[in-house]
Design a protein around this ligand. Structure first.
Ligand code: HEM
Ligand code: HEM
Length: 259
């Protein structure tokens, strides 16, 4: 006969279940986080493969090869780095709130600078080849995403770090800041998808090798897009999940972590 375990105090059982659920949640959080890194790096790797095998590779020698830095730099900065910056407050729980803020600022600053370098690559290509600037939906939305990144970096720094506004003003601004940050991240993903589609249509022009003929390059482009969509969905999923939100008491730098 199997021995029966009896738990005299129901509170012990409840505590045990709560501990188990907390461990499960943590496991899920880190599994999703790993999937985000895998999807982001897959998008980047596939993009480099596309450029190297089908678009003439990377070099500063010709305007076309200078353009080639644009897709990878934009995916790296606006999806991979921006996504990691957004998740700092959810994932980096072993450091204090002020360190999280510096880390968040540092990552978003690097993302903004790399995005500007990537945008310069395509601006230079258009200027040298006498292609009109800013004619497409991709370029209009892309410009607005870049301007938002710059403004958010500046406004975030001034509001939350230096000189830093009052803690009640900070509390008022955080939801707005978080909304625009997430909205801009979603917009960036859409801009990447329109950019990929445009470049696929522009670059696959030989008869029988056009985008609609599904040559290997077309399949690569589609896979890059799917990896970007998965990465974006998972980042947004973690960022809007209230269970993972830092619970705070007090405000500003005096906020304390409850989990
Ligand atoms: C969030 C990411 C991205 C942003 C913010 C962005 C931004 C821009 C901007 C502002 C331009 C206009 C440049 C000018 O008119 O001088 C542009 C052009 C272009 N981008 Fe992107 N881009 C992004 C991602 C991508 C990706 C992943 C590709 C894929 C290949 C791409 C392909 C292109 C192409 C082909 C052009 C030239 C045609 C056009 O102006 O629409 N972009 N991009
Ligand atoms: C391009 C720049 C930036 C973007 C896209 C961005 C985006 C975001 C997003 C999406 C959130 C919500 C995260 C969450 O709910 O877990 C957030 C929160 C926050 N960001 Fe930024 N951010 C940027 C720059 C900055 C800068 C420069 C600072 C200065 C330190 C800053 C400080 C904060 C703070 C204090 C929070 C609230 C964290 C909390 O829940 O207590 N951000 N940001």
């Amino acid at each position: 006969m199997p021995k029966q375990v009896t738990i005299s105090d129901p509170q012990v059982l409840i505590d045990e279940i709560n501990r188990f659920m907390a461990t499960l949640k943590k496991l899920l959080l880190y599994s999703v986080y790993i999937c985000i890194q895998v999807a982001g790096l897959a998008a980047l790797g596939l993009c480099c493969k596309w450029v190297v095998h089908h678009l003439g590779g990377y070099s500063l020698a010709t305007p076309e090869q200078i353009f080639n830095y644009h897709p990878a730099l934009m995916i790296l900065s606006m999806i991979v780095i921006n996504g990691n910056g957004i998740l700092v407050y959810r994932i980096q729980r072993c450091v204090g709130y002020r360190q999280q803020k510096w880390l968040h600022f540092g990552i978003q600053f690097v993302a903004t600078v790399l995005a500007l370098v990537g945008a310069y690559a395509v601006y230079h290509f258009h200027a040298v080849k006498h292609i009109p600037h800013l004619y497409s939906l991709h370029s209009w939305l892309g410009l607005s995403v870049l301007v938002t990144m710059i403004l958010m970096s500046l406004a975030g720094f001034v509001t939350f770090l230096w000189p830093g506004l009052g803690s009640s003003t900070q509390r008022l601004i955080i939801p707005l800041h978080a909304f625009y940050g997430l909205f801009n991240f979603l917009m960036a993903a859409m801009v990447v998808l329109t950019g990929l589609t445009e470049k696929a249509l522009f670059s696959m022009t030989s008869p029988g090798q056009q985008y609609r003929d599904s040559p290997p390059a077309a399949q690569l482009v589609n896979l890059i897009g799917i990896a970007v969509v998965i990465c974006t969905a998972l980042v947004l999923g973690l960022a809007i999940n209230d269970d993972l939100r830092r619970r705070v008491s007090g405000s500003g730098d005096k906020q304390t972590k409850k989990h």
